[in-house]
Design a protein around this ligand. Structure first.
Ligand SMILES: *[C@@H]1O[C@H](CO)[C@@H](O)[C@H](O)[C@H]1NC(C)=O
Ligand SMILES: *[C@@H]1O[C@H](CO)[C@@H](O)[C@H](O)[C@H]1NC(C)=O
Ligand SMILES: *[C@@H]1O[C@H](CO)[C@@H](O)[C@H](O)[C@H]1NC(C)=O
Ligand SMILES: *[C@@H]1O[C@H](CO)[C@@H](O)[C@H](O)[C@H]1NC(C)=O
Ligand SMILES: *[C@@H]1O[C@H](CO)[C@@H](O)[C@H](O)[C@H]1NC(C)=O
Length: 456
């Protein structure tokens, strides 16, 4: 690993300083890969959604929806869905200004091409537990097997021109669910789908996970807001599982658990301009619970603001799992009053009984943190608590500046290896492999690297 890393580091420097060099084997360009993780947003965005004219409106009101927030509009939604799903060029319309009470419902595809869901009104969930469908205890609005579908909503005060094929202005839009004591509930789920765009929805007060993207590919989420009280348990904002090529952009999330959580089977996840707070930060994991497999690769968070959160950017794994987290870049992140701004926790244990240390663990490597600044609540602004048996490797820190009010700030390492360049405050010397401290020397130029560790 150390060899691989040295070569990568060299590559990185070449990138920074423009030093030419052809002795590098392209197989070893980890850092270059880290720098080029971004996926093309256009690849996930259905392209027809701004098309106007020729649309068939399927208004839930035409199917008997009342929209008074009290009458049961579930059946109207189901019928409207069946029609919209089977009608070419249709727009499933939830009109503005009304509150539609809808039970837990599965909206199944496949549907005809280019279906648009225009959700301008408010969909509310039943709040009495006895009104929940016992057959769907974990779900509320569950959309599955969709290909090429756009969910969109007008945001309050926004200009309709850019958002919708239908003209509405100043409508208030959100999916609302009131808190009750229900367990494991997912408010909005997109499952087993591809090429789905979700734009401008607001999701409020989910009992647990607000928005779940599961077993899907090519999903774009733009301008989505999630809000839950900071003390609501397990209310993840956006949860991504088993999904690839996902873009989250311009999302504002305040919740009682992770603002974003990315778990097993997810790859090519691109997050851009994310606001998080209150909440538990942006997380990869948890992974490896109950000795399970956890694989997450190619995740980029670029431009984020985290305010008053318990964690900033976090990777969390349980003892005893297997699999790996490879290729992650967190960059351009501003933290304000964050308890654990940068944290890898391989001793994660969200269970009433203590977890024993085990010999297997999800392996963590190639994690880059770049341009991350702000204030930390705890002394250990950076914490790399890695598995004793499966160390973290190739952690790269660049331009980190985390401060604490009383001036004491520190980095914790357990079984973690990596390096820093540029400003790294607090210093992260504990990432250097013992006995190899010399290899980065002052860490500011090609010539100063001691290549003795790099045996190609
Ligand atoms: C919605 O849930 C309520 C309470 O369980 C039930 O009475 C009603 O029939 C459900 N509506 C539909 C359309 O299934
Ligand atoms: C920080 O978050 C906590 C818990 O959600 C909340 O009680 C507190 O008011 C927040 N503080 C600020 C300054 O927003
Ligand atoms: C983890 O994801 C892989 C696909 O990458 C899947 O085959 C496996 O079943 C998942 N494991 C768990 C525990 O979800
Ligand atoms: C560093 O990140 C901050 C916060 O996102 C951003 O405002 C700033 O432009 C970034 N600096 C550079 C050099 O990219
Ligand atoms: C597990 O290992 C870590 C790191 O070596 C150590 O700090 C912690 O105390 C151990 N936990 C248990 C329950 O043995």
């Amino acid at each position: 690993m150390a060899n691989l890393f040295m070569i990568s580091f060299l590559h990185l420097l070449i990138g920074i300083y423009g030093v030419a060099g052809n002795m590098l084997n392209d197989n070893f360009n980890i850092l270059e890969e880290l720098e080029n993780l971004d996926i093309n947003e256009e690849d996930v965005e259905p392209s027809w959604t701004s098309e106007r004219g020729g649309k068939v409106l399927v208004n839930v009101d035409s199917f008997g929806a009342v929209g008074d927030g009290v009458s049961d509009d579930t059946e109207a939604f189901r019928k409207a869905w069946d029609t919209a799903c089977s009608t070419p060029k249709s727009v499933f319309l939830v009109p503005p200004g009304c509150h539609y009470l809808v039970n837990a419902t599965k909206f199944k595809g496949p549907c005809v091409d280019r279906l648009v869901l225009q959700i301008d009104g408010t969909i509310v969930a039943p709040d009495e537990p006895e009104n929940w469908d016992p057959n769907l205890p974990r779900l509320w609005l569950d959309f599955s097997n969709l290909q090429g579908v756009a969910f969109q909503a007008l945001q309050r005060g926004s200009n309709s021109k850019n958002l919708s094929p239908i003209e509405h202005v100043n409508s208030q839009t959100f999916i609302q669910l009131d808190l009750t004591q229900y367990n494991l509930l997912k408010a909005l789920t997109i499952d087993s789908s591809s090429f789905v765009k979700v734009k401008g929805l607001t999701i409020q007060n989910s009992q647990q996970k607000n928005f779940v993207i599961s077993k899907s590919d090519s999903i774009g989420v733009y301008g989505v807001q999630v809000s839950c009280p900071g003390d609501s348990p397990n209310t993840d904002g956006i949860h991504i599982t088993g999904s690839t090529n996902v873009v989250l952009q311009d999302c504002k999330i305040g919740t009682g658990d992770d603002c974003v959580s990315i778990v097993n089977g997810s790859s090519n996840i691109n997050m851009n301009r994310i606001y998080c707070g209150p909440g538990h930060g942006v997380s990869i994991g948890s992974l490896g619970k109950d000795n399970s497999l956890g694989i997450v690769t190619k995740v980029v968070l670029d431009t984020a603001f985290l305010c008053n959160t318990t964690n900033g950017v976090r990777i969390k794994t349980w003892q005893g799992g297997y699999g790996y987290v490879h290729g992650v870049r967190f960059e351009n992140v501003r933290m304000e009053d964050v308890a654990n701004p940068i944290i890898i926790d391989q001793f994660y244990c969200d269970s009433p009984k203590p977890c024993q240390n085990q010999t297997s663990a999800v392996q963590i490597s190639q994690i880059m943190y770049r341009n991350i600044s702000g204030t930390t609540k705890r002394k250990e602004a950076m914490k790399f608590a890695c598995s004793d048996t499966v160390p973290c490797s190739n952690i790269v820190l660049s331009n980190i500046n985390l401060e604490r009010k009383d001036g004491t700030v520190d980095t914790y390492c357990n079984s973690a290896q990596g390096l820093g360049y540029g400003v790294v405050h607090p210093s992260a010397d504990c990432l250097k492999v013992r006995g190899e401290e010399s290899y980065t020397k002052k860490c500011c130029g090609y010539e100063e690297i001691d290549f003795s560790a790099a045996k190609i």
